[in-house]
Design a protein around this ligand. Structure first.
Ligand code: ASP
Ligand code: MG
Length: 444
């Protein structure tokens, strides 16, 4: 049994779908069952979000989405498969049109309605992909409902594994060798659709993999695996062949392909293997096991559009609750903290945040007593990831390079397999390039 996830960005035209059918055919061989998890086809989730934000355009947007699916369907399927799927997609589209009309008059869209609207992307995609696989003479059926039972935290719902097990049993009873189902969406016990966060289809696939107890989950995407750095910016970047689970969790947010932060969580305490592979180019990354004596470095990431906001004051020193109040301000302002640092003199607390969050956070911090100054600086965050950082040799080399820069802070991640350096923004690119060189030298 195998779980294969097909990304949305690789579902746009006939060529893509013919490559996808070939891949699925290859993987079905020798398997008793293959669960194909699909994202919404290229651009659709973004368009649906646009529809919820620009309600006057919603009806037109739904029209375009419907057209896109039907065009692909008519080019890539025929006969009874076409007719049946045409009806099913049209039925979903009708429902979506009705919602699009009604949200024009609504003042506000609730997170529940938003998730319901977003669910159509993956549901339509599962019908389309199934029709295409069937037309390629594969034994497939669609399951356009979500097998994931979640809480009702709409927009970022959490899977309830114990309740999902019943749905998994239903899935296992389906007759066809291939079952195509939607990623990204779940449903509550009251059958309301939820979504599990942007890019969530990968997480759907690994979660299903865990609950189905499979050996392997394949995530098929645009890029041939996870790379040592973003190849558009760092020429010389290579595909990383093998990653431990800790490294993969640290790297999930970096590079050309950003993964859902919880993608690898279902691998914890299983021996499931996850393979990330390209549709267009050969190359893959296998994620398996833990560091186990691996002394290598794997990759770097750089974020250089962030700011460091520092709160200074002589009266905040040695007071229990000073840091808590600064963090509380961030929470109240709805600001995500990327990195935190404080010297032992306790005279200053610095937070690295996104640029757009500077104004709301500054306003909140100004309300605090005992603060003498609030200072904002342009910074870059450069991270290195690799099990080798647990060991003296690789870590020392990384530090030696970093010491040539004006470092504001260093912090280490999960199991010490990552180090993040906060430096002035104009030094970020150079530091990232130098550290990438070190990584390439230490890549096994
Ligand atoms: N379609 C969803 C998104 O664009 C989920 C996914 O692609 O994984 O975020
Ligand atoms: Mg996607």
């Amino acid at each position: 049994m195998l779980v294969v996830k097909i990304g949305g960005s690789i579902q746009k035209d006939e060529n893509d779908f013919s490559l996808i059918s070939n891949k699925v055919r290859k993987y079905v061989d020798g398997q008793d069952k293959v669960f194909v998890v699909t994202s919404a086809i290229k651009g659709v989730t973004n368009e649906l979000i646009k529809a919820t934000e620009n309600r006057d355009m919603a009806v037109d947007i739904v029209g375009e989405i419907y057209d896109k699916h039907i065009k692909l369907l008519s080019r890539l399927s025929d006969g009874p498969v076409f007719e049946e799927t045409f009806k099913e997609i049209s039925k979903l589209a009708d429902e979506l049109f009705k919602i699009a009309w009604s949200i024009r008059v609504l003042d506000e869209i609730t997170p529940k309605v938003r998730d319901y609207i977003l669910s159509f992307g993956e549901r339509m995609a599962s019908l389309l992909l199934n029709a295409i696989l069937k037309s390629a003479r594969l034994d497939s059926e669609a399951y356009p409902d979500s097998p994931l039972i979640t809480d009702s935290n709409f927009g970022e719902a959490n899977v309830i594994e114990s309740l999902t097990m019943n749905e998994i049993n239903k899935l296992l009873k389906l007759k066809s060798k291939i079952v195509v189902l939607p990623g990204f969406i779940g449903k509550t016990t009251l059958h309301r659709f939820t979504t599990i966060g942007r890019g969530g289809s990968d997480y759907t696939a690994t979660m299903l993999g865990k609950l189905l107890n499979v050996d392997k989950v394949r995530l098929i995407t645009e890029v041939p695996g996870i790379m040592t750095a973003d190849p558009r910016r760092f020429p010389g970047s290579k595909t990383i062949r093998r990653l431990s689970l800790e490294e993969a969790i640290e790297l999930a947010q970096m590079g050309a392909k950003r993964l859902h932060p919880r993608t690898f969580e279902p691998m914890i305490s299983t021996d499931m293997q996850v393979i990330i592979e390209g549709l267009y180019e050969e190359g893959d990354t296998t994620i398996l096991g833990s560091c186990d004596g691996d002394g290598g470095l794997k990759g770097i990431s750089v974020i250089d559009d962030v700011k460091m906001i520092s709160v200074e004051g002589t009266k905040i020193v040695g007071k229990i609750g000073s840091a808590a109040r600064v963090m509380e301000s961030a929470k109240e302002a709805g600001v995500n903290i990327i990195s935190i640092s404080q010297p032992i003199s306790e005279t200053k607390i610095s937070l690295v945040i996104n640029e757009r969050d500077v104004n709301p956070l500054t306003k909140k911090l100004e309300e605090l007593k005992d603060v003498d100054a609030i200072d904002v600086e342009d910074v870059a965050a450069v991270s290195v990831v690799g099990c080798g950082l647990k060991k003296w040799e690789a870590f020392r080399e990384v530090e030696k390079v970093a010491m040539g820069y004006d470092i504001f802070s260093i912090s280490r991640g999960l199991g010490n397999v990552s180090s993040t350096f906060i430096v002035p923004r104009n030094e970020g690119d150079k530091l990232a390039r130098s550290l990438h060189e070190v990584v390439l030298k230490w890549t096994g």
